[in-house]
Design a protein around this ligand. Structure first.
Ligand code: TXA
Ligand code: MG
Length: 298
């Protein structure tokens, strides 16, 4: 069943049930060696899934759960190989969305859930997005409205000596570092497999090109003469027509709107989507990461 979380909608199944896990992989068209995140109701259930849990993980759980943080920990022996893609680690997350919380509490155990989209495509942030993409393969969609955060959780790997961020998210690097009291490694070179780390991911079907603010206007004018162009810019300009979408100059509001706007432009069957790159600062790290992957040049 698909359900809302504060980040994006998930495609959930009983994490202890092999048949449910298999159906998730088939519905997504996802390679079997890409691990799933297991969602739990609270940190009290950590030991049902993980072992050798470092103190740092407990501190992060305390500070940020429930919320948009996924932790990679050493898995325990009871965890199905199908969930972890055969790796000796597991991704765990306690979502804060009230519907996700109610579901997890009623269920009482872990729910494995990737984002509820086809492999490599844009994650869904409304129930309608899930319905449009996966209606044939889900039994039920819980509609909890539009997701508050809008991009996927921050993934912090705590399974080896040096904590590191595998996927930036709404929960920023600074906040994580403050709680850990150490700087984070961001070298993902030998990291475990993360499908979100593939160059082309979170991508619409229409080609995407990223641009600095200074060249956006000129390129849009030139290209619009010969092709159907969509634009995702930081700010709105009402005189530019429906294919020019201004999101926000605030990273939180921008992230919340991004995937819905990408999907909306994708439906307009344009030749190209131009995206204005937000500044290369830490507050924009997660958004820039997703934009780079949407453009397929991660
Ligand atoms: O916000 C989110 O995290 C959403 C909602 C539904 O919770 N879920 C989500 O799941 O984004 P998914 O499967 O689309 O992305 C999870 C990422 C994948 O790139 C996966 O490879 C990585 O987490 N992952 C899961 N378990 C892992 C592990 N043991 N080691 C390294 N990466 C892992
Ligand atoms: Mg995903």
């Amino acid at each position: 069943m698909a359900f809302p979380t504060e980040t994006v909608y998930g495609l959930g199944g009983d994490a202890r049930e092999r048949a449910a896990i298999d159906r998730i992989f088939i519905a997504k068209g996802r390679p079997a060696d890409h691990p799933l995140i297991v969602h739990i109701a609270s940190a009290a259930l950590l030991e049902d899934w993980a072992t050798d849990i470092p103190n740092a993980a407990l501190r992060l759980a305390d500070a940020f759960w429930p919320g948009p943080l996924t932790m990679i920990l050493r898995r325990n022996a009871k965890v199905l190989d199908a969930v972890t893609g055969g790796q000796d680690t597991i991704g765990l997350r306690v979502p804060s969305h009230p519907v996700a919380q109610a579901l997890l509490r009623a269920f009482g155990d872990g729910i494995a859930a990737p984002s509820a989209n086809r492999f490599g495509h844009v994650s869904p942030t409304t129930a309608a997005h899930v319905l449009a993409e996966l209606s044939d393969s889900v039994d039920l969609i819980l509609d909890g409205g539009a997701c508050e955060v809008g991009i996927e959780s921050t993934i912090v790997d705590l399974s080896s000596r040096h904590p590191r961020i595998l996927r930036p998210g709404h929960l920023g690097r600074d906040a994580v570092e403050t709680v850990l009291g150490v700087g984070l490694d961001d070298d993902v070179g030998d990291a475990p497999r993360v499908s979100g780390a593939l160059a082309s991911h979170y991508a619409p079907r229409t080609p995407v090109r990223l641009l600095e603010t200074s060249s956006l206007e000129r390129l849009w004018r030139e290209e619009s003469k010969v092709r159907r162009i969509g634009v995702i810019a930081l700010e709105t300009r009402d005189d530019r027509g429906v294919d020019w979408r201004g999101l926000s100059a605030d990273p939180t509001a921008y992230a919340k709107a991004l995937y819905a706007q990408l999907r909306a432009l994708d439906e307009r069957k344009l030749d190209l989507i131009l995206i204005e790159l937000p500044p290369p600062t830490r507050v924009w790290e997660a958004v820039r990461d997703r934009l780079t992957r949407a453009a397929g040049r991660g």
